[in-house]
Design a protein around this ligand. Sequence first.
Ligand code: ZN
Length: 305
Amino acid sequence: MKLICEICENTDVLSFNETFKGIDIVGCRQCGLVWNRNMMDEREQLEFYQKQNRAHGGVNRTYLLSMLARASCVVEFLGDDLRAGQKHLDVGCAEGTLLALTRTQGLDVQGLEVDVNHSRFARDVRKLPVLPMTLDNAPLEARSFDLLSFVHVVEHLFHPVQVLSTARDLLRDNGLMYIEVPNMNQPLPGVRHFFRPIHNFYFTANTLRALVSRAGFTPLRVGFSGRDGSVQLLAKKSETAASVSDVAVWRDDVRHYRAKAQRERNRPYLLFKLLFTHLLAQEWEKRKALRRYGQLLPELHTTTD
Ligand SMILES: [Zn+2]
C-alpha cells in the first residue's frame, strides 16, 4: 500500500472515494499528486506486463496505426530537439514505433520492453535493438545517451522518482528526457473510465514537472498531445535533484481534482463526449501520421488485422 507522497513524502492524503476493482484513489494535500493507494508493486507489475497486458497479444495494423499517431505527436512535439547522431533510449518502447521514426531521422536507437510479443515484433520485424528488460537490469553504459523517452510508462511505475533517477545516470550532461502521461486536466468520467487498476499515478502538467525535478531534471517545456490530450513534457538533466520546497511552485490543489472527479462521474454525457472527441482526434492524427510517415515504415503496409 502506497501511503507516502512520491513527490513531497507527505502522508496527509485526501481520499477521492473512488473505488473499483481494488483501486483506492487518494491525493496529497501538500503537492496535489494523485495515486492509487492499492497500486501494483514492482513484482506484480512485471508479471502483468510480461504476460497479460495488451490483450490482443499480437501486433496488428489497427494497433500499429494507433501507435503511429501517438509516436508522430511525440516527434512533432520534440521538433528541432531531435537531431541526427543523438543516442536515444525509449523505455517501455512496446512495438517500437517511436524508435522506428527517430531512426529514420538519423538517431542511434535502443529500446527496453518487458512485453514479450511487443519486444519480439520490434526486434524481428523492425530490426530494432530492443532488450526484454527493465531499466535496472539492462546492461547500458552510464552517461551514454542524449535522449530518453517514457511514453505512457511513468503512470504505471511504483517508484517513479527512483526509476527516473536511475534513468538520469544513463544521460550525458545536458541530456534530454521526454515524458508523456494521461492528463488529469481532462473530463474524469468515473473510476471505470479514467481511474484504472493498471495506472498507479495520475498527473497534471504541474505534478509531472514536480516529479521530474525531484528526480534530478529541469522541466523545459510542456504540451498536450493532439491525439488524446496527454501531458507531454521535455526536461533536461540537471546537476542535482530539487528539494520538496523547490517544487512547491508546481503545487496543485487536490480538493479541486477530487471535486472534479465527484462532479463528473455522475455526468454520463462526458463519457460520450470524451469518447467521441477522442475517436475523432485519434482518427485525424492517424491519417496525418500515415501521410507524413507511412512511407518510412514499410511494415505498416505488410501487417494485417
Ligand atoms: Zn505530495
